[in-house]
Ligand binder design. Structure first.
Ligand code: GRG
Length: 293
């Protein structure tokens, strides 16, 4: 299968949904502008796409869960806006253009992030696909847990606390599994949760999501050192300059690459029991190892 085309097609569904959703302006207009500046800045939409793939691999129609899948992009975009703030990573460039606070100022960037996070939960409960209330409630709880203080926010806090600290494998594992893998795992769990699959299936997607989420961050760490800034959209070596705890810093580049390959192999093995429906999940796992942006 042509995985690049398949991913592009799914991304197109998410892009169209988000464009429609944000087509009517809210007041003050500058808030709308600040939110959409980052939301439509060329992100890969990988988290919503993961949700659509997981739902489809279980026989569901991806169009049915577009609001739920797309809500993950709002959470992801808020996290990037806040991560770039002077009080956090203090970055000037993101996705090849000035960061949100560089264009709209700190106050508006904070509010744009707050607005996107809150609106994500509003969007998540938009029930156009006739999903059951029980499934939706479970999805809300799951995403809140993985995006918040038991997941991404905890990972971000530890990441900040660990700057300039000595390399430590356990802390590195905590940061990556919380900061990045938690939201990616939530994306992959969304399919089985909304399809109301049994617990065995849900745990398969959880394990696959954890592995793939870790791979995503390991590859991100490697790209920070070796990537082409015109493709990654940010200057290379920024993790090193900030003395971030990264995979290459703890294990070196070659062992980090090996670790990513092993996690992908394990992830593919995990979902092999799903049969033909798991093909895109297998292909996307392999594709992540090769990504350059
Ligand atoms: C501020 C609570 C809070 C959390 C921030 C996401 C995050 C946590 C920090 C951003 C820095 C970083 C490198 C995080 C790791 C996750 C990651 C690889 C983000 C980039 O995601 P992509 O590659 O970005 O999906 P695009 O631009 O494609 O959307």
């Amino acid at each position: 299968m042509d995985i690049k085309r398949y991913l592009e097609e799914k991304k197109g569904l998410v892009d169209s949904y988000l464009e429609r959703y944000f087509s009517s302006k809210i007041m003050p207009e500058i808030l709308h502008s600040a939110m959409t500046y980052s939301l439509f800045a060329g992100g890969k939409r990988i988290r919503p796409v993961f949700s659509l793939i997981s739902y489809e691999s279980l026989g569901g129609d991806p169009l049915r869960i577009l609001p739920q899948a797309s809500s993950l992009e709002l959470i992801h975009t808020y996290s990037l806006i806040h991560d770039d703030l002077p009080a956090m990573d203090n970055d000037d460039m993101r996705r090849g253009r000035p960061t949100n606070h560089r264009v709209y100022g700190e106050a508006m960037a904070i509010l744009a992030g707050d607005g996107l996070l809150t609106e994500a939960f509003h969007m998540l409960t938009t029930n156009e696909g006739g999903l059951s209330d029980k499934a939706l409630l479970r999805a809300v709880r799951d995403i809140a847990q993985k995006a918040g203080i038991y997941g991404m926010v905890a990972g971000q806090a530890q990441d900040i606390l660990s700057e300039n600290s000595e390399p430590d494998k356990d802390i590195l594992e905590f940061i990556h599994s919380h900061k990045t893998a938690a939201l990616i795992t939530a994306s992959l769990r969304l399919g089985p949760i909304l399809a109301e699959s049994d617990d065995n299936i849900l745990s398969l997607f959880t394990a696959y999501g954890n592995n793939i989420g870790m791979v995503f961050q390991i590859v991100d760490d490697i790209l920070d050192l070796t990537g082409d800034p015109s493709k990654t959209g940010k200057s290379s070596g920024s993790d090193e300059r900030k003395k971030k705890l990264t995979y290459p810093r703890v294990y070196g580049i070659e062992r980090s690459r090996q670790k990513a390959r092993e996690l992908v192999e394990e992830a593919i093995e995990l979902i092999s029991t799903l049969g033909e429906g798991a093909k895109p999940l297998k292909e996307v796992a392999l594709y992540l190892l090769k990504r350059s942006s």
